[in-house]
Design a protein around this ligand. Structure first.
Ligand code: AMP
Length: 308
């Protein structure tokens, strides 16, 4: 999962690579250890078989310092490599390349914003095929409001809540990662299908959760249009992105000043598995739904890494 700032592409696994993955455990304590265990188990059973590491973070290594440095004392970056890394890189990369094919233009001539919304979610600003900014940070907790994660927050609140409720670090971690987001607001479910069912006539809290979720996405899209100085297309992908006409319509409502005009009928009928442009012909910025295909990128990277 986490390659820190050591890997900007997929690599053939060697002892050195394994050590580097081990060094990144501090960044992803729940993911990198089982990833390594899998690699070692395969080494034991199939010692001659080559293995390749494909990192969730690698695609975002093209970000410049102004996008990845936090406004903390610089020592935390220098000494501990605390910075924005970003995630879902394989998915953002796949849909950006696929969007270029669908738009019939070279990727290196396009400004794209990719919106990956599954249980976790992140937005990425992509210029000429390179990630220039993304909403997840040092960990996947930053950015969008997600199924159970809070996303962006006033950091002072963490201190305040811990103090008021006398929470331990792991209790607070649990609250922010597992009990917040749309589940936290709605107190119904982390699954958007449960909130969308009978929308907008469900409960006020279900509607509020959907509105907060969508508003945050809209804000990031606006921010990334500014970062990119324009945008050719916005791409929706993953569980919610591919399947939720409701979220797509809330986010893109009143974005015509930015050149986005949703075709409500096309938006309504574009579901999982289908690729499609859901804007009107006069929409300056195209909005595409593209099912992600991380497995394909992993397979292609594997072939390339083995043959390198
Ligand atoms: P993923 O991690 O990409 O498989 O996405 C899983 C999430 O997608 C689920 O938790 C749901 O919130 C969301 N999802 C899946 N299908 C739908 C749907 N038909 N409408 C809205 N959200 C959906």
């Amino acid at each position: 999962m986490h390659g820190g700032d050591k890997f900007s592409s997929s690599v053939l696994i060697t002892e050195e690579v394994k050590n580097a993955i081990r060094e990144c455990i501090v960044f992803a304590p729940l993911h990198n250890p089982p990833n390594l265990k899998g690699v070692e188990a395969v080494e034991e059973i199939l010692p001659k078989v080559k293995q390749v590491a494909v990192f969730d973070t690698a695609f975002h290594q093209t970000m410049k310092p102004e996008a990845y440095i936090y406004a903390l004392p610089y020592m935390f970056y220098e000494k501990h490599r605390i910075r924005r890394y970003g995630f879902h890189g394989t998915s953002h990369r796949y849909v950006a390349a696929r969007a270029a094919q669908l738009l019939g233009k070279p990727l290196n001539e396009l400004k794209l914003i990719t919106v990956h919304l599954g249980n976790g979610g992140s937005v990425c600003a992509i210029n000429k095929g390179k990630s220039v900014d993304t909403s997840m940070g040092h960990t996947p907790l930053e950015g969008l409001a997600m199924g159970t994660r809070c996303g962006d927050l006033d950091p002072a609140l963490i201190l305040h809540i811990m103090k008021e409720y006398e929470l331990t670090i792991s209790e607070m971690d649990n609250l922010l990662n597992k009990h917040s987001g749309v589940l936290g607001i709605s107190q119904i479910s982390s699954d958007l299908r449960d909130l969308e069912d009978d929308w907008p006539n469900k409960s006020d809290r279900a509607n509020l959760a959907l509105d907060v979720y969508s508003h945050r996405i809209k804000k990031y899209i606006g921010a990334y249009i500014a970062v990119l100085n324009g945008c050719d297309a916005i791409i929706w992908t993953a569980g919610v992105g591919e399947n939720s006409p409701i979220v797509r319509s809330i986010v893109h409502k009143e974005m015509d000043w930015l050149g986005v005009k949703l075709d409500l009928e096309k938006n309504e009928v574009t579901w999982r598995g289908a690729e499609g442009d859901i804007t009107t012909p006069d929409s300056k910025v195209k909005v595409l739904v593209i099912p992600t295909n991380e497995e394909l990128v992993i397979a292609q990277d594997t072939i390339e890494s083995i043959n390198r």
